[in-house]
Design a protein around this ligand. Structure first.
Ligand code: ARG
Ligand code: ZN
Length: 858
């Protein structure tokens, strides 16, 4: 059924306490649950209680200590009549965790038991009002064989433990904080801990532990550092302190998402915990820091204040993503972090917002909530809150968040609660701004700068595109940080913030004897797409001189996007192509030479706009033409700037060892230089990449060398791929890289390689990381996925059909690449749509996949 936001009603019963008793076994776990329930005086009275279930049969049901028979099932839910005002409800259920391939609820992974309950996994363990506005205190007892499950963990504090005879033992956990069922967690397994501690600013000593499998302990140091940094940062930046004596993190290798913020017991995908320089790249280190921070920050933005219903998901996710972004920026390079975040937004969220799955950051309806854990809810959600912060300034914004935390602590709140707190606390008028919560679609902004006399006039107009279910849109407030550069001095007279609130407006600035050069949307102050009529000389100027690092990056991107767009449309003659390329060459050369730039930033400026971002710039894209022109430009630049790129690669190679920013920057520019060179002379690039691979003292350099080689038709390719596999055989996270590098490669036979890899003994549909490493890497590799005969589409459809019965949540994540069909040239569009229809026609499709496919077909 379709669930609607406007249909929200409070649950008729409160469940102040729940006691859970687990008799643990990998293929048989028995759960006794005892709920104290009371009528909710704030809700419409109901003499039935609906306890959600999913695939459960009650073994026994008792009310107030008496077994009852007048319960019934409504689909998968258990319905009980309750006549008084408060009762004790007891239910026994039995499940088989080893058969749980969906990885939702309680499941087995590598011989251990663990849980994932968000959003609706708790109902796969026991019957319960599985909705985020029912808050309870949890008491959990678990018992099982000691040799199999020496470690027994749940939320909160361990209050008792003991031997149970027959080689069995038990533990009892109590979480003093009220929480919704999606934050429940349990782990039982043979694990070891990296232990440390953190003392909060008010003096609470918190025991920290990161639990992993025996051999993984040496790779937990970075995660632990990141955790301690997160705890300190949240105190300093948002005034938030940790509130238990214990904080546990467990790493599991079978996990649908990145990680989960269960109260006091975060559960992580191993990918976001384990790292050492031999097996993890600099990017992996950053991702670990970001995700550790993200889950920790949820303790306040998510757990202390949770969501009233799942339509409010961005309340916790958008805000927590903003918090993790600000944290990572403070730990490393702020401008580089900003550029990376914008790149993710534009390559993942913009396509979502312009396609059939577009939805507002606060959706209005859904069939399967798992489908709404999207870049829109997360990343655009963070951008929307960032705009409030930009308009208020950081100090006033902090007053707003203080008020929010203060006012709603202990509650299940709404996005509206958040906005009104910021409005009042920060002293902003967010009346019209609320449209960002209700309207989907990326606003398109047209920008023109005129100059007459001493006055520069900025003309702005916005248009919010129609999206499914939202034909008409209202103009939204768009905060733009701008600067006007004097072309002669190369300086500007200070940054200004203009907020466009109407469909169109002009802003005038006096005192400009010469026409200034406009730098706009500095720092990417608004998540909009901008069409600026600006000369390429001005872009070359901004790429070399803008003092806002993001704007500098943007000028470089616009220069390349503008040129490639014209080249792809065929509207350029030979002279036009030469002029466009010359401008790019000049800008790139300046970036390569600029001694004032640090290498981390230089690496960012060197990154070419992705094919997906280029496709997004076109109404209807021809993936083959985009690929051809983009690679052609890279090859030309490799020829023109070959000696500069080689010199950079060489210079950076002498300082690329170590963990400081300079060494990281050196590794980044080496990777970029190789990427350009690989598009040029293949033999030269192969020699260089092989040498880098062989000498690599860390995964960052080994991987970037292998990425370059994987795209080339040279003998070194197979040799180094084999070396990599043999070297890291048995390390699942690195073997994931081995699959992904081949599936993502620029090699002309990438599609055939993926086909062969699907039969590799190490490939399995049972592990989401492995599935993503082969097939998601392939689905975002445009030249392979968009093979003209439609073979790539057929492979992804086959995957979806094979994976859907095993793990529907992960299967549904492969639908969006096919859902892009309306924006692809007609020949391919037809082939894509045909595959969607084939999936739609399959029997027994999961709710997850069915919803995504039917929305995609429109
Ligand atoms: N709340 C988690 C996070 O963002 C994500 C959990 C999503 N799980 C799911 N099954 N959809 O950190
Ligand atoms: Zn989150």
């Amino acid at each position: 059924p379709l669930i609607r936001r406007e249909d929200y009603t409070p649950f008729p019963w409160l469940v102040p306490e729940i006691a859970l008793d687990f008799d643990l076994g990998l293929d048989r776990t028995r759960i006794r649950s005892a709920l104290t329930v009371q009528r909710n005086s704030a809700a419409v009275p109901n003499d039935m209680i609906r306890l959600n279930g999913d695939g459960l049969t009650p073994v026994e049901v008792k009310v107030d200590g008496e077994a009852i028979n007048d319960w019934s099932m409504d689909d998968a839910d258990l319905m009980l009549p309750l006549r008084g005002d408060s009762h004790l409800v007891e239910v026994i259920t039995e499940i088989d965790p080893s058969a749980n391939s969906q990885l939702m609820g309680l499941y087995a992974s590598n011989g251990m038991l663990c849980t994932q309950c968000e959003a609706e996994g708790f109902r796969r363990i026991t019957f319960f009002p599985d909705r985020p506005d029912v808050l309870s205190t949890y008491r959990v007892r678990m018992e099982g064989p000691k040799d199999q499950f020496p470690v027994l963990l749940s939320n909160g504090n361990c209050v008792a433990e003991g031997e149970a005879g027959n080689g069995r033992h038990w533990a009892e956990w109590h979480d003093p904080w009220r929480k919704p069922s999606y934050l429940f967690a349990l782990v039982a397994g043979d694990l070891v801990a990296n232990r440390d501690s953190f003392t909060t600013r008010s003096g609470r000593k918190v025991d920290l532990a990161i639990w992993v499998r025996e051999g993984d302990l040496e790779r937990t140091g970075h995660a632990m550092e990141s955790l301690k940094n997160s705890m300190k940062w949240d105190e300093e930046t948002f005034g938030r302190e940790y509130d238990l004596d214990l904080f546990n993190i467990v790493a599991v290798s079978d996990f649908n998402m990145g990680a989960m913020e269960n109260k006091g017991l975060n559960i992580f995908n191993t990918k976001y915990v384990l790292a050492d320089t031999e097996t993890a790249t600099d990017g992996d280190y950053d991702a670990i820091e970001g995700v550790i921070g993200h889950e920790y920050f949820h303790n306040w933005s998510g757990n202390r204040i949770t969501c009233r219903d799942w339509f409010q998901l961005s309340l916790k996710e958008g805000f927590t993503v903003l918090r993790d972004q600000l944290f990572s920026a403070d730990m490393g390079s702020e401008p580089v972090k900003r550029i990376e975040d914008v790149r993710i937004l534009r390559s993942v969220q913009f396509p979502e917002d312009s396609g059939p799955l577009a939805h507002p950051i606060r959706p209005d309806s859904y069939r399967e909530i798992s489908n709404f854990y999207t870049a829109t809810v997360y990343n655009k959600g963070a951008e929307v809150i960032r705009m409030m912060r930009t308009m208020a300034g950081p100090e006033a914004f902090r007053k707003g968040t203080d008020l929010y935390f203060d006012r709603h602590d202990g509650e299940a709140a709404t996005c509206e609660d958040f906005v009104s707190s910021i409005e009042e606390g920060a002293g902003l008028d967010l009346g019209q701004f609320r449209l960002w919560y209700s309207q989907a679609g990326t606003p398109k902004l047209s920008v023109r700068l005129d100059h007459a006399g001493e006055t520069a006039t900025l003309h702005l107009s916005q248009q919010v595109p129609a999206t499914p279910g939202q034909a008409e849109k209202k103009p939204m407030p768009i905060p733009l940080r701008i600067a006007l550069f004097d072309p002669e001095t190369g300086r500007h007279d200070g940054e200004k913030l203009v907020v466009l609130t109407e469909a169109e407006a002009n802003f005038s600035f006096d005192g400009f004897a010469r026409k200034p050069i406009l730098s706009i949307n500095r720092g990417f102050s608004a998540p909009v797409s901008i069409d600026r009529r600006i000369d390429s000389e001005d872009l070359v100027f901004l790429a070399a001189n803008d003092d806002d690092p993001f704007a500098r990056y943007e000028a470089m991107q616009d220069l390349v996007v503008g040129h490639l767009r014209e080249a792809i449309s065929g509207s350029l003659d030979q002279a036009g192509i030469s002029a466009g390329r010359a401008a790019i060459r000049k800008a790139l050369s300046a970036i390569l030479q600029d001694d004032a730039l640090d290498d981390l930033m230089r690496g960012e400026l060197m990154i070419m706009p992705s094919q997906s971002y280029l496709a997004e710039q076109m109404l209807v894209a021809d993936p083959a033409a985009i690929h051809r022109e983009r690679e052609g430009l890279k090859a030309w630049l490799a020829g023109e700037l070959g000696s500069e790129l080689l010199a950079l690669h060489d210079r950076a190679g002498s300082v690329s060892a170590g963990s400081d920013a300079a060494a990281r920057g050196a590794r980044k520019v080496r990777g970029q230089a190789l990427a350009y060179l690989a598009a040029g002379d293949a033999d030269r690039a192969a020699r260089l990449a092989s040498a880098q691979y062989d000498a690599a003292a860390n995964m960052t350099e080994r991987q970037s060398a292998l990425v370059a080689l994987a795209g080339l038709e040279v003998p070194q390719r197979a040799e180094r791929l084999k070396d990599f596999y043999d070297r890291y055989r048995g390390n699942a996270l690195v073997i994931d890289k081995w699959f992904a590098i081949q599936a993502q490669s620029l090699h002309p036979d990438a599609l055939q390689h993926v086909k062969a890899l699907a039969d590799h003994p190490d490939f399995t549909l049972r592990n989401p990381n492995r599935v993503r490493s082969l097939y998601m890497a392939f689905a975002v590799n445009p030249h392979a996925f968009h093979a003209a005969d439609g073979e790539g589409y057929r492979m992804i459809a086959d995957l979806i059909l094979a994976l859907d019965p095993i793990n529907p949540q992960t299967a549904a994540r492969f639908v969006p690449p096919l859902g892009r069909w309306r924006r692809i040239e007609p020949g391919r569009a037809e082939l894509m749509r045909a595959q969607l229809e084939r999936i739609a026609a399959a029997p027994n499709l999961s709710r997850d996949t069915h919803e995504q496919v039917s929305r995609s077909l429109g």
